[in-house]
Design a protein around this ligand. Structure first.
Ligand code: TAP
Length: 496
């Protein structure tokens, strides 16, 4: 594999029909912690995207890949996992440099990526058919088949992991793919495709098109040759994909934004609830779709909770991801940083109390990158923009509630329904409340852990469908019934 040294700039390419391809236009990929150029990526055109779609269509229609056995596909996924593992540190370093997250977070991402490829290599070998004891001397059975050409569109916050969540189940199920990573974080995607190039997939099965969503993502979403789009990103772009997909009624899977509640009852273990309150929002600098961005605290402990929370938030060391003592890394881009700062200004204008943070960090060399202080707002109301909209940054609101009913009402008063958590030492209450939270990913006395075995996705405007587990495999499969008559004879309905 190509490796990156401190002074080297990687030249990325797209991968179409088994060949490396470049484009006339390119874009610099920068490390958001330093603004150094780490790679140059091609900006592929609509025409090149269509070539990738045609390659995937042809590779699917010729049947070579779809007809491989599950064992053959599993072997390829294992090879991919093994090769990522062999280059583990390189992947971690590149993800840290490309996204801005801290090294320890990137380590977790790459471990989860490897686990994801291995999981789908395993689950594809499980029995997946059904038979039914139907009348009429017929044997009815159900088989699963690949959907066809799958378009996979991925965001920048977990560049490789979000890619694995789609690529592994899509290939395991026997689909061909046209994959587009986020334009600003393509480096580990390129590395992954260096591996994919080595493991012996037939030409056209896996295609990667680098560049802009408005061109490549839009072309994939609109194409009549694409059978399915699996998208992770913003709710706004998700809506556009849904509209674009209407042309050929392609199947869609949308993993979108969130504004998730983290409910802290007075009977919770206090320090644990403070700790996870911080972890829920500040890990990934808050650029995590499931972030616990709205902390709801019971009134009897509210003042103590807020005091301790702010004290702890101020101890978070913000710095470059590669520095081993950084707890929270850079914001992915200047545009994202400015968007977050805009929300912070809006919060102040609308009357929320800023308890800490709220500004860019520029001391000790941090002015070279895009760093924000952990930001905490109190005295917020439900109608405020910072309570309603996804900020996607290190900004949290802390609200007060008195009763269980009020906690549930505030938790559910959002257009989103991605995640949520409850902290309480009363097991029955915790379960009662979490069952009422209208969200797809929930925790009790915990926040954020994600397991490849379990489904990931949202209610309401947080999306349609589920990633991970058997659910994701099923999304990349069609279901077919086959009815076999056991006594072969005419039906006898019409006269002879
Ligand atoms: P988006 O702006 O929505 O971008 C996501 C992907 O869609 C990128 O690859 C982007 O391309 C592409 N895209 C942009 N315009 C498109 C179009 N018209 N048609 C098709 N694709 C298009 O989101 P983001 O800023 O990367 O990520 C942040 C958002 O993602 C947040 O709202 C967050 O909650 C959500 N998110 C959700 C989850 C889950 S699991 N629910 C996970 C991670 C992130 P570019 O390269 O041009 O940007």
């Amino acid at each position: 594999m190509t490796t990156l040294t401190n002074t080297q700039v990687l030249e990325l390419k797209s991968y179409i029909n088994g060949k490396w391809v470049t484009a006339d236009n390119t874009v610099d990929i920068i490390n958001p912690a330093t603004q150094q150029v780490i790679a140059i990526a091609p900006r592929m055109t609509k025409n090149q995207t269509e070539q990738a779609i045609t390659a995937a269509r042809t590779a699917f229609d010729n049947g070579e890949w779809a007809k491989t056995t599950a064992q053959e596909r599993a072997a390829i996924l294992h090879k991919i996992a093994n090769k990522i593992e062999e280059s583990f540190e390189e992947f971690v370093t590149l993800e840290t440099m490309d996204n801005g997250k801290v090294y320890g977070e990137a380590e977790g991402d790459i471990q989860d990526t490897i686990a994801c490829f291995r999981y789908y290599a395993g689950i594809i070998l499980h029995p997946d058919g059904e038979t039914y004891p139907v009348p009429d001397d017929v044997q009815a059975m159900v088989v699963k088949e690949p959907v066809g050409v799958a378009g996979l569109i991925v965001p920048w916050n977990f560049p490789l992991l979000m890619s694995a969540w789609k690529i592994a189940p899509a290939l395991a199920a026997g689909n061909t793919i046209v994959y587009k990573p986020a334009e600003i974080t393509p480096v580990t995607a390129f590395k992954l495709f260096e591996i994919i190039d080595e493991v012996g997939l037939p030409e056209g099965v896996a295609n990667m098109v680098l560049g802009q969503g408005s061109i490549i993502g839009q072309t994939i979403s609109e194409s009549n040759d694409v059978d399915m789009v699996s998208f992770t990103g913003s709710t706004e772009v998700g809506r556009g994909i849904m509209r674009a997909a209407a042309g050929n009624l392609k199947k869609i899977s949308l993993e979108l934004g969130g504004k998730s509640p983290n409910i802290i009852f007075a009977d919770a273990d206090f320090e644990t609830a403070v700790d996870y309150g911080l972890f829920g929002i500040f890990v990934g600098s808050g650029q995590v779709c499931s972030s616990g961005s709205r902390i709801l605290v019971q009134d009897t402990i509210y003042d103590d909770y807020v005091k301790r929370y702010v004290e702890r938030a101020e101890k978070i060391k913000v710095g470059p991801g590669l520095a081993k003592d950084s707890h929270m890394g850079a914001i992915v881009s200047e545009a994202q940083m400015n968007s977050i700062l805009g929300y912070i200004e809006k919060g102040k204008e609308e009357g929320a109390t800023l308890l800490t943070g709220g500004h860019r960090l520029t001391e000790n060399g941090l002015d070279e990158g895009f760093f924000l202080a952990p930001t905490v707002f109190a005295d917020v109301t439900q109608d405020m923009t910072i309570v309603r909209e996804e900020i996607f940054g290190p900004v949290v609101t802390i609200q007060k509630f008195s009763t269980e009913e009020e906690a549930v009402r505030l938790a559910n008063d959002t257009d989103y329904g991605l995640a949520g958590a409850v902290f309480s030492n009363d097991g029955a209450k915790a379960l009662r409340v979490i069952k009422q939270v209208r969200a797809g990913i929930t925790w009790v006395n915990d926040y954020h852990p994600t397991y490849v075995e379990a489904p990931w996705g949202g209610y309401k405007q947080s999306g349609i469908g589920r990633s991970l587990g058997k659910y994701s495999l099923e999304e990349f499969q069609e279901v077919k019934q086959i009815n076999i008559r056991l006594n072969v004879a005419p039906v006898g309905w019409f006269p002879q």
